[in-house]
Write a protein that binds this ligand. Structure first.
Ligand code: C5P
Length: 329
């Protein structure tokens, strides 16, 4: 049974939200010795949110507590596909800060999904980001953003960006961020969810296989023209510069996505592409009106499990005082 987490925030429970990410540019370099690929990416946070409540549930033990003692409750679309044991990224985030603080307390972690599960939009990373921010507040640790992002990088390549939000250039394995503060123009897009998910490591491996077989396909190229275009307010110019090196691998593993991309193009979207490692597809639009029209048309074709409207950029992970509150944009 879910525990009561309606006690005042700051006392026994804290709720934080974290946004989904998309990659406006995702350039994938070679496979490194550590199993990761060097990336050059432009991240953008969009207004689909994960909501994580971390609560003290007592049962403090001098023998020590670990992730197996915590309670993880997941609800919302796709919740049944999210692990609730120690492999849950939010549970690992909570345990990391608790161990570091030397706190012996059992915690309850309640996750409400708003980001597609295994969809290439960093839903699990957003859970970890929100969990870090909530636990920092709950345990009164007072870690600054830089310290939280350093812990975030240990949990996953996309977790630091889910804390940061906005629009940022990502390098390394994606965890090293430089904010693109000038990239302010609002962007409207349609998110088309697929049946089933794709595993990120499997998609990266498929890209390695395709490159070994057919030669290096590094379509994404340089990022400067996009970074420059993001300073302006011309959605068509930005749309013409979007690129994702992982797309051929996602399409190879899930060829049905070609139909989804075609449906978006036929509906008049400025640009369609696979989101990150997929299988979610994104359709970039000139404005909200066009996004509404594209969403309706793609939905009608029946190629997607679900179609949602979204926009970016939005803020990164933050605590909300009232669990019903709408996230800051
Ligand atoms: O960092 P994260 O745990 O989210 O990455 C999941 C997997 O995705 C990695 O284990 C790796 O196989 C792949 N990956 C990669 N290069 C990156 C990021 C992720 O190959 N830059």
């Amino acid at each position: 049974m879910p525990r009561d987490v309606s006690t005042p925030a700051g006392a026994r429970a804290v709720t934080a939200v974290a946004p989904a990410k998309i990659n406006l540019h995702l350039g994938v370099g070679d496979l490194r010795a550590d199993g990761y690929h060097d990336l050059l990416t432009v991240y953008r946070a969009v207004d689909l949110w994960e909501r994580v409540t971390v609560a003290l549930v007592g049962g403090d033990s001098a023998d020590g507590v670990g992730p197996d003692d915590d309670e993880v409750i997941v609800s919302g679309p796709g919740a049944d596909q999210v692990p609730t044991g120690r492999s849950n990224l939010a549970a690992r985030a909570v345990d990391l800060l608790r161990t570091e603080a030397g706190v012996q307390a059992r915690l309850s972690i309640r996750i409400v999904k708003g980001v597609p599960v295994a969809g290439g939009m960093a839903g699990g990373s957003a859970d970890a980001a929100a969990a870090l921010v909530a636990t920092d507040r709950l345990l009164g640790l007072g870690l600054g953003r830089a310290a939280l992002e350093e812990r975030a990088a240990r949990l996953g390549s996309d977790v630091p960006f889910c804390i940061r939000g906005g629009t940022a250039l990502g390098t390394g394995r994606g965890e090293t961020l430089a904010p693109l503060l000038h990239a302010r123009a609002e962007q409207h897009l349609v998110v088309a969810l697929a049946d089933g998910g794709l595993s990120t490591p499997v998609v990266f491996s498929e890209l390695d296989r395709l490159r070994a077989e057919h030669g290096a396909d590094r379509r994404a190229g340089g990022v400067e023209p996009l970074v420059e275009a993001l300073a302006g307010d011309d959605p068509a110019r930005v749309a013409g510069l979007l690129a994702n090196d992982l797309e051929p691998a996602a399409l190879s593993l899930m060829p049905a996505l070609r139909r989804t991309l075609r449906a978006g193009a036929e509906a008049g979207a400025l640009h369609g592409m696979v989101s990150g490692s997929g299988p979610t597809c994104l359709f970039f639009c000139a404005d909200r009106e066009q996004a509404i029209a594209v969403a309706a048309e793609v939905s009608e074709t029946g190629v997607a499990r679900e179609v949602r409207l979204t926009r970016g950029p939005v803020a990164g992970a933050h605590v909300i005082d009232n669990p019903q509150q709408t996230p800051e944009q």
